[in-house]
Design a protein around this ligand. Structure first.
Ligand code: UDP
Length: 488
């Protein structure tokens, strides 16, 4: 049984960015791509991660690889198909990297055996397909064990870590120790922010690249009020008494799409068009704190406002590399069921259909545009693409002061940052924004501006090309690759 499955990659035109980032920045982008193409000389860039669907990494790869391919750079995307014990170990490592015990089991020799039996074989499989001149980018802990095998070929190997924690604890360090032997063999390691860089890694090989969003994807494309209403009505999440609204959207390949599948919701009734709405969109993961989001809303928002809380995540069968999804959703459902009646009437626990990923994405888009306030009350967060997504839509976001969220939101200006454990502070910030629509609008405007200047895919693409140039030519320093935000 092969361990790697190829993911198809679209080809998207970079030209569409000209009007968004301006002529000068666009010209620079084209020049850098031309240089990248010359250096690669027809060779391929290989990416490996652990899922093609669900979560921020798959979200970014889908877009960034498609733009790079559209610009003439051969991109390949492989997904590592581990078994249950493998994903139990990698989820444990993921949790440990965030300082959390996860399933509480150790990452010991037995775990290493499980881990290496998959990563070694996946590395061999890829090694049979990679040729000299190609470049390999491996994403996240699930793939780090492939590095030693691939380094035997004479090709640059980059490891991209999308997760991290501001202040490492002893659990985090155990996970670093487990992975460091593999990671140190890579030619470069990419982290999302300075605070996430592990100790005992080579400073010269360390690169910082913040994540980014695609302004044109189904997730982030502009939607009219009629589309938002039509999409939410089609999913059954919001009443549409007049049957108006248009559930259409534009697919990645520019063909027309239409939302047809219904979402599943634990709720007393669907939203009504004039209900105030607070939203969190997240995978079913304890580090996203679904119970805290519900409890904080019930205790600290509900008594002061008429707003409804929508907590939306993907249907759980769909996210293959996340063995905890089912049980976390179960815990959230139990919490919902135990709410007193008046609270239950105002909470909507939603799972979104994942059969058609672009349909799923545009439903998230419509929810984010419909929300009066968006929340990301995570306990740990590498970056939090959902924050940038909501900010891009001009929404005021209340989020935990952790990880990459702090790089996105300037507290009090382009959103609100609150202590991740402080339910009362989260509730107060939400209530303040619900009560002051002018303040909410002003923050939303700043939020969009902030994303335009620092967190669009064009910035990531430029940084990846700079990294690639450095690996191939040996020129350039990490600082040149690690451009600050504000570099469109
Ligand atoms: N997401 C989605 N559908 C869902 C739930 C989440 O498309 O039903 C997306 C969300 O919009 C975001 C990504 O999954 O693009 C989550 O990325 P983030 O960085 O916020 O967190 P991660 O899941 O990577 O920890």
């Amino acid at each position: 049984m092969p361990l790697l499955t190829s993911v198809p990659i679209a080809a998207l035109p970079l030209e569409r960015f000209e009007s968004l980032i301006g002529g000068k920045a666009y010209l620079r982008l084209m020049e850098r791509f031309a240089r990248g193409r010359d250096l690669l000389g027809g060779h391929a860039m290989w990416h490996v991660n652990s899922t093609a669907r669900g979560g921020g990494v798959a979200e970014m790869l889908t877009s960034l690889l498609a733009y790079a391919r559209g610009a003439g750079i051969d991109q390949r995307w492989e997904v590592i198909e581990g078994n249950e014990p493998f994903f139990a170990v990698t989820k444990r490592i993921h949790n440990n990297l965030h300082g959390a015990a996860g399933d509480g089991m150790p990452i010991d020799d037995e775990a290493r055996e499980v881990y290496e039996s998959v990563t070694r074989a996946a590395g061999e499989e890829l090694a049979n397909r990679v040729v000299p001149g190609d470049v390999v980018l491996l994403h996240d802990p699930q793939t780090a064990g492939m590095i030693p095998v691939l380094k035997r070929l004479d090709v640059p190997v980059v490891w991209r870590c999308h997760v991290g924690i501001d202040a490492a604890n002893s659990i985090t360090r155990t996970a670093w120790e487990f992975l460091r032997g593999y990671v140190r063999q890579a030619d470069a390691y990419v982290f999302s922010r300075k605070q996430f860089v592990w100790n005992e890694l080579e400073p010269d090989r360390t690169v910082l690249i913040a994540p980014s969003i695609d302004a044109y994807s189904a997730k982030n494309q502009e939607l009219s009020d009629s589309q938002v209403a039509g999409i939410l009505a089609a999913t059954g999440l919001q009443d549409s008494p007049t049957r108006t609204g248009d559930p259409s959207f534009v697919r990645m390949d520019t063909s027309p799409g239409r939302v047809e599948r219904r979402a599943e919701a634990d709720e007393d009734r669907p939203l009504r068009p004039d209900d105030l709405m607070v939203l969190q969109v997240s995978r079913w993961d304890r580090l996203k704190d679904p119970l805290g989001v519900i409890d904080g809303f019930v205790r600290h928002v509900l008594p002061h406002s008429d707003a409804h809380l929508v907590y939306a995540g993907p249907s759980v069968e769909a996210v293959a590399d996340d063995p905890e999804g089912q049980s976390v959703l179960g815990e959230a459902k139990a919490r919902f069921a135990a709410l007193p009646r008046q609270a239950r009437e105002r909470v909507h626990l939603v799972t979104l259909p994942m059969t058609d990923l672009e349909e799923n994405a545009v439903i998230v888009n419509a929810l984010q545009r419909r929300a009066d306030v968006t929340v990301q009350k995570s306990i740990a967060e590498g970056f939090g693409l959902t924050v940038a997504e909501a900010m891009w839509k001009g929404r005021p976001v209340v989020a935990s002061r952790i990880g990459g969220i702090q790089d996105q939101i300037e507290d009090g200006r382009s959103g609100r940052l609150v202590d991740a454990q402080d339910l009362a502070a989260y509730g107060r910030a939400v209530v303040d924004l619900l009560a002051d629509p002018d303040l909410a609008r002003a923050m939303g405007r700043q939020a969009r501006h902030r994303v335009r200047n620092g967190f669009l895919g064009t910035r990531s693409l430029l940084q990846y090309i700079a990294l690639f140039e450095r690996l191939v030519t040996g020129q350039g320093r990490p600082a040149e690759v690690s451009a600050p935000s504000g570099y469109v």
